[in-house]
Design a protein around this ligand. Structure first.
Ligand SMILES: NC(=O)c1ccc[n+]([C@@H]2O[C@H](COP(=O)([O-])OP(=O)(O)OC[C@H]3O[C@@H](n4cnc5c(N)ncnc54)[C@H](OP(=O)(O)O)[C@@H]3O)[C@@H](O)[C@H]2O)c1
Length: 284
């Protein structure tokens, strides 16, 4: 089977993936810029190696004895391709060709400043990596992770998503797909587009949140300009407003307005509904 190296291990998707790999008793180790903090987050039994995409001196020790890599770049960062390319070059030199890359659905529709997923996908193909590319839709967990304060304190969801729809996906389902592709054969060279089971607008999501929380949540449907202004007034750097607007415009523009069967194809299980995730995430 071979030993797996997990990047992004301490994040939303990494933690979910680790649990799936533990269930499968897979042989893996994880990388983090702060191994001590990572052991705190993940538990002391997880083997954590010092790893930073931005510091090539960390690559050799981190990748010692590794056969395949789960590659996830950080969010809300520009030029992720420049950050990750030296690591891909290192993998090539070492003859480590099996890579499961975490991209995003409609990444090619997010504009020139966010073209990094597309560039990395292209590099994996051009450099003959033995790749699987995962392209998930919007995470169901974004509501908890990025919008808790708006939802719980202001009674709104506030993203410039227009009236378009997305197949919000549970990160547990993404992790189940990732774990399968890392531990079984037949998933390369392949690209999986990962969605939940239903297409929902932000209005629909607000209605589901209202039901789950037992209080009214509304969707003011901000324009990108209104959204950016609110973010800037709250002290966020300008590029964050631009970044999120470009991402959420893929919903407004109907670029992610479709469902796929790829979760069920890979895992044999139907994906989880947004409502089930919100009940789980917002349970008191
Ligand atoms: N949110 C969505 O709806 C959505 C949808 C589709 C795709 N995506 C994609 O999902 C990815 C983000 O996933 P996530 O939400 O699971 O991330 P996350 O929770 O924010 O975690 C980010 C991880 O990146 C690691 N990291 C940050 N800088 C690093 C560096 N220089 N070197 C090595 N590791 C570094 C962090 O590890 P340490 O701090 O331990 O080093 C952390 O584990 C992005 O690529 C985004 O484009 C998001």
């Amino acid at each position: 089977m071979g030993k797996i190296f997990i990047t992004g291990a301490t994040g939303t998707n990494g933690k979910a993936l680790i649990n799936k790999l533990l269930e499968k008793k897979a042989d893996f180790t994880v990388g983090s810029r702060n191994p001590k903090d990572a052991n705190h987050i993940l538990g002391k039994d997880i083997e954590v190696r010092k790893f930073d995409f931005a510091d090539s001196n960390t690559y050799a020790d981190a990748l010692s004895g590794i056969d395949k890599v789960f590659l996830l770049g950080p969010p809300l960062v520009l030029k992720v391709d420049a950050l990750i390319n030296p690591f891909l070059e290192f993998l090539k030199q070492q003859g480590i060709s099996r890579v499961v890359y975490f991209s995003a659905m409609a990444a090619d529709k997010m504009g020139a400043t966010l073209d990094f997923h597309t560039k990395i996908e292209q590099k994996l193909q051009d450099d003959d990596f033995d790749y699987t590319i995962l392209k998930p839709s919007f995470f169901a967990q974004n509501f908890k992770n990025y919008e808790s304060e708006n939802i719980l304190e202001r009674g709104i969801v506030f993203m410039p998503a227009g009236n378009g729809k997305a197949g919000f996906i549970d990160v547990q389902d993404i992790a189940a797909v990732a774990a399968e592709t890392l531990t079984t054969e037949g998933h390369s060279p392949k690209t999986y587009q990962l969605t939940g089971p239903e297409l929902l607008s932000y209005d629909d999501a607000a209605a589901i949140l209202s039901e789950v929380l037992g209080k009214q949540i509304t969707y003011p449907n901000p324009t990108p300009e209104q959204f950016k202004e609110v973010l800037e007034n709250s002290g966020a750097p300008t590029f964050i407003g631009d970044y999120l607007s470009n991402v959420y415009q893929t919903i407004a523009n109907n670029d992610v307005n479709y469902l796929t069967e790829d979760v069920a194809f890979v895992t044999g299980k139907k994906p989880t509904t947004l409502k089930a995730v919100l009940v789980r995430d917002f349970a008191i």
